[in-house]
Write a protein that binds this ligand. Structure first.
Ligand code: PRT
Ligand code: ZN
Length: 296
């Protein structure tokens, strides 16, 4: 039988992730994509060990993750940047993870004549993010605004007369629209981040580096595509210039005289722009393939 990491005396890195909620799926998916497997956990288990990597998962409420890492009950954690910045704990953000993207914004009733940061003076604002909001108001010289801290359903505060405006997370914006609110200022752009405490042992730093290597390979693959195309040899230079690959494209001669195949990697956000230019430059038989992992 294969020895586990615990049996080999490797102390596992402890990773805190959200037990249930918007971060859970993205966090679990990322770990799975890194090739790390766990024994099936019962529904109530709060801790589980990986069978093929020195990693232990702790399942927590997202609000408890920064504190848990700062107190070293966990070594690292996956949590929204909004929660990290609000909690102001002694931890370091190691890596942005690119999922659970949202923004913390100040919103006012649609009917209000106020429409920018300059109009926020003297307002009463409801939020679950009092620290971030206070900092933003101070940095923008907003005077006389007061903060009403509530624990949820922030978006209904103006309609029930609890506050004149709100500061809350927005992703699609449909909650604001449904509550007849308009966004007037962005306090923070947020996404899921990997955090760590400042006191990891050398052994745990090495495990973290291995984990980060895998995370970056997974993320690199997500925002890039592998592209293959055929071109006349005289167009190779023109087409190579259009391809913003990792390095120069691979060129393979085709059986048909005077033609070659070009292979390269393109960024997903530039994808359609690049394809249009390639077609105009004479590329044919363009094939685009998803990448599973990409090691830079
Ligand atoms: O139970 P636990 O405390 O662990 O979870 P939670 O209920 O506090 O948090 P959860 O699971 O709702 O969100 C976890 C994290 O997901 C947040 O801290 C953000 O980093 C991130 N995230 C991304 C969001 C959103 N998008 C989001 N849209 N968190 C909340 N929302 C809410 C927002 O508060 C508002 O009510 O969705 C509504 C707005 O969404 P739109 O799409 O209508 O704009
Ligand atoms: Zn929470």
């Amino acid at each position: 039988m294969q020895a586990t990491f615990a049996e080999n005396n490797v102390e596992p890195l402890r990773l805190a992730i959200q037990k249930s909620g918007r971060l859970k799926e993205g966090s679990s998916e990322l770990i799975r994509e890194c090739g790390i497997h766990f024994q099936n956990r019962g529904n109530n288990s709060l801790k589980v060990s990986a069978s093929n990597f020195p990693l232990e998962l702790l399942y927590l409420r997202d609000d408890d993750i920064p504190g848990c890492v700062a107190d070293k009950a966990a070594d690292i954690g996956i949590v929204g940047l909004n929660v990290v910045e609000e909690k102001q704990k002694q931890i370091r953000v190691v890596e942005k993870l690119g999922f659970a993207k949202c923004r913390l914004s100040i919103a006012l009733p649609k009917a209000s004549s106020r429409k920018s940061i300059e109009d926020l003076n003297g307002l009463h604002l409801a939020t679950t993010y009092p620290n971030l909001l206070r900092k933003f108001l101070d940095e923008n010289n907003v005077r006389g605004a007061t903060i009403h801290e509530i624990s949820g359903s922030v978006e209904i505060a103006p309609s029930i007369g609890l506050a004149e405006g709100i500061c809350d997370l927005v992703s699609s914006g449909s909650t604001l629209i449904a509550n007849r609110l308009k966004e007037v200022a962005v306090v923070l752009e947020s996404e899921a981040v990997l955090i760590a405490h400042e006191d990891l042992s050398d052994e745990k730093v090495k495990i973290l580096e291995k984990l980060l290597f895998r995370i970056r390979a997974v993320r690199n693959a997500l925002d890039r595509k592998y592209i293959l195309l055929n071109t006349r040899n005289e167009d190779i230079d023109k087409i190579s210039e259009i391809l913003p690959g990792l390095e120069s494209p691979t060129i393979i001669p085709l059986r048909e005289e005077g033609w070659s195949a070009l292979h390269s990697v393109v960024y997903e956000d530039k994808f359609w722009e690049v394809i249009d230019k390639l077609k105009d430059a004479g590329a044919e038989g363009i094939l685009v393939v998803s990448i599973d992992k990409l090691i830079d």
